[in-house]
Design a protein around this ligand. Sequence first.
Ligand SMILES: *[C@@H]1O[C@H](CO)[C@@H](O)[C@H](O)[C@H]1NC(C)=O
Ligand SMILES: *[C@@H]1O[C@H](CO)[C@@H](O)[C@H](O)[C@H]1NC(C)=O
Ligand SMILES: *[C@@H]1O[C@H](CO)[C@@H](O)[C@H](O)[C@H]1NC(C)=O
Ligand SMILES: *[C@@H]1O[C@H](CO)[C@@H](O)[C@H](O)[C@H]1NC(C)=O
Ligand SMILES: *[C@@H]1O[C@H](CO)[C@@H](O)[C@H](O)[C@H]1NC(C)=O
Ligand SMILES: *[C@@H]1O[C@H](CO)[C@@H](O)[C@H](O)[C@H]1NC(C)=O
Ligand SMILES: *[C@@H]1O[C@H](CO)[C@@H](O)[C@H](O)[C@H]1NC(C)=O
Ligand SMILES: *[C@@H]1O[C@H](CO)[C@@H](O)[C@H](O)[C@H]1NC(C)=O
Length: 865
Amino acid sequence: MRSTLGLLLIFGLQLSLLVSVDCNDFSSFLSANASLAVVVDHDYMTMHGQNIMAHFEKILSDIIRENLRNGGINVRYFTWNSVRLKKDFLAAITVTDCENTWNFYKNTQETSVLLIAITDSDCPRLPLNRAIMIPLVEHGDEFPQIILDAKVQQILKWKTAVVFVDQTILDENSVLVKSIVHESTTNHIAPISLILYKVNDSLHGQQKRTALRQALGQFAMPKHEQKHQQFLVISKFHEDIIEIAETLNMFHVSNQWMFFVLEELRRDFDASTVTINLDEGANIAFALNETYPDCQDTLNCTISEVSMALVTSISKMISEEQSIYGEISDEEWESIRFTKQEKQDELLEYMKDYLKLNSKCASCARWRIDTAITWGKTQESRQFRTAPTRDAKNRNFDFINIGYWSPLLGFVVQELTFPHIEHHFRNITMDILTVHNPPWQILTKNSLGHIVESKGIVMEIVRELSRALNFTYQLHEAKSWEDEYAISQSKNESEMELLGSMTYRIPSRVTELAQGNQYFLAAVAATIYDPEKRFFNFTQPISVQKYTFITRQPDEVSRIYLFTAPFTQETWGCLVGIIILTAPLLYGINRLAPLEELRIRGLSTIKSCFWYVLGALLQQGGMYLPKADSGRLIVGFWWIVVIVLVTTYCGNLVAFLTFPKYQPGIDYLTQLAHHKHISQYGLRNGTFFEKYTKTTTRKDFKRFMEKAIIYNNAESERIDAVKSGQRINIDWRINLQLIVQQHFEQDKECHFALGKEDFVDEQIGLVVPLNSAYLHLINLHIDRMFRMGFIERWHQMNLPNSDKCNGKSVLRQITNHKVNMNDMQGCFLVLIFGFIVAVLVASIEFWYYRYHLHHQKRKQSVFVN
Ligand SMILES: *[C@@H]1O[C@H](CO)[C@@H](O)[C@H](O)[C@H]1NC(C)=O
Ligand SMILES: *[C@@H]1O[C@H](CO)[C@@H](O)[C@H](O)[C@H]1NC(C)=O
Ligand SMILES: *[C@@H]1O[C@H](CO)[C@@H](O)[C@H](O)[C@H]1NC(C)=O
Ligand SMILES: *[C@@H]1O[C@H](CO)[C@@H](O)[C@H](O)[C@H]1NC(C)=O
Ligand SMILES: *[C@@H]1O[C@H](CO)[C@@H](O)[C@H](O)[C@H]1NC(C)=O
Ligand SMILES: *[C@@H]1O[C@H](CO)[C@@H](O)[C@H](O)[C@H]1NC(C)=O
Ligand SMILES: *[C@@H]1O[C@H](CO)[C@@H](O)[C@H](O)[C@H]1NC(C)=O
Ligand SMILES: *[C@@H]1O[C@H](CO)[C@@H](O)[C@H](O)[C@H]1NC(C)=O
């Protein structure tokens, strides 16, 4: 035991020693010089026709001499690019072509050497957290590299793209298309499917516009249909393209547009002027050429810049180490000093910082990216608006600079290129209009009249929308002076409000306010009808409500004849028939028995046979049993019939007792004509049903409307008359269910029945301002909520559902099965079969007896003889 423990301890110690040695095997800058490898590919050098290596050595040694104050750097030079670097190299600078750079990178990954690669242009960038790659991009040739970097750095997260490129640019940049479609698994570049359109940039005037319109027209969609499309435009005609695409409704919330502005003097370009006619909601970004016209763009320059960055960064790190080392003990120093990986990460950060600030040569080329912040600009809550005094140029658009691209560092951005696509409304606060209308919108207000709580189906939808679309909202109750007046008026004690709600009449104040574009949405459940004639738009339906009617529940059928209920009339008839048939048969068979002693005296008259059969049926039992086989068969089969009959009767009687039968009620509106005792027809005021019946062809609706009394309050609803069976009311089913529920709670008894039939589907939607850019988006999310089952759940939570009372009225529909001839025919057939067998046996008995008698007689005579 002890020895194993000791062994374990030793093992553990060794392990921990190993581990600690493992993670700190890289010596600090204080104990050893940083080692650097410089690899310049020989082939590359000969191709470029200059002794780069010699230049490099000179430049680098000069820089080290001049800039490295503390410590030292050991540099080793290689001209063979497949050299395998050992673990103790901190970093390597390579100058070679793209393919070899990538190979070198893969090789050095094992020994983890930080790579600073100077290479050709059009090279997919090395991973940004593990290397710096500087493609030598020629003046004006930067597009392929920009596109490649955009894909590697996920600046454009597109799967498909429509690319409009000027013919001349395409001719100049032969690899442009290649870089757009470039895909790679090592680099995690997803493939992109591409539609390339060449713009003939030698066209002018009307010709040009026609060509562009034709090209863009292929991608235009009908207005209500918004598909996600991505457009990349590298054309000097960007202004025309924007203008034409605008007329084709191609700027909307789902599309993304990226423009490269090719103007020589980009300072002339003003994004907000170009987009002045665009509506809110467009996703549009511009890349502007910010290249400094006067700069050296040579390999020498790049080399010295990179060397400078590296040397100053190492110098900085050495002095940092020194300052920390002086303050703490050796043990502490051992535990906190950087591992190789950490050192490289820090070095990378320092170099990037240095290059961002100081680079002069390689970053000649520089493209700035501006993107539009537009979503919700006009509906943003006035209270929270940051810039209320934007100039009148385009109120819908703000352009922000999200960063830039340079060959040295690729894209340096601090925002998404299309922030709205991912962040939607970017957490701005919107104004939303609403009114109190349970169960759709339930507003709770405090004593000051501020809304403190909001519930209900519509409010749940708004809450979910705000979560999905990343905005917060402020509710504003649409209340005018008249509304307040009306509310105080309706507080008349004698006038009770009706239960439930209606959505057909939208308060005038809501329609008034929704017409402007100030509110993002009116969170008001509203019946969708005549959508073309309104000054606002409806969302897709969030609910469908149906109408039905309420009547008195029909009474139960009298139970006097309950005992006859289990069998149909034919079955009863047949039952009587077989009793009448069986009794004489039994008598006859008994009578026909050949021997005197086989005949039973109890069955010797028809009457006693009849009583015998009936007694067996009614379970009184039979006192006698025939002695002859034929008679026994009759009685046996009769007993089978008795068992079946009695069992079915008893079983069915239980069913009829449990589920009482009701008199026929009104299940469908068409049946109303047969019920003369219902004299009053009522219809709630302000229903869509009333409007619907004006255009309908259904006769029962028309008949109903001719006699209907429109009621406005609980008093004229006359629910008592409904209860006594004189009246029928039509309303939404959910409203009627509320009434049923309320009365059930009061009386603990069900007095009402709702119609089986639902009629007139009333669609209910929300209200958005006319031509709102976001209608499609809102619809999309409402659709999503439907599919997730959220809306159904909110309906269940907020609307009355089937309670006990409705449950009982459902039971009313159950019709008990009466036993008919189909059920009993088998039983009767068995009896007939029994009869036949009995008759057969009786005749066999007869003949047998005759033969037997005869035989005995002969024997006797022989004996006598
Ligand atoms: C690069 O620098 C080296 C040494 O500083 C110099 O000899 C060489 O001429 C330079 N090359 C170019 C193209 O300027
Ligand atoms: C470290 O670098 C310094 C200066 O560059 C040099 O003098 C010294 O010999 C180097 N030390 C080692 C161990 O290479
Ligand atoms: C960007 O601007 C620079 C200087 O104005 C110019 O030399 C270069 O050709 C431009 N790039 C493109 C792609 O037009
Ligand atoms: C571009 O337009 C010019 C002028 O109309 C025409 O001559 C030329 O053929 C067109 N080029 C192409 C590729 O269609
Ligand atoms: C909402 O927008 C803010 C501001 O742009 C952003 O920081 C946040 O990540 C967004 N949230 C979601 C869930 O998109
Ligand atoms: C969104 O805005 C609200 C209030 O304006 C703030 O409380 C919340 O923290 C913000 N959320 C994000 C993700 O920025
Ligand atoms: C309020 O009730 C009284 C009777 O109690 C009635 O005379 C009056 O007309 C009612 N007011 C309204 C506005 O309905
Ligand atoms: C919005 O309403 C207008 C007129 O009321 C109508 O012409 C338009 O088609 C509606 N838009 C949608 C997307 O339904």
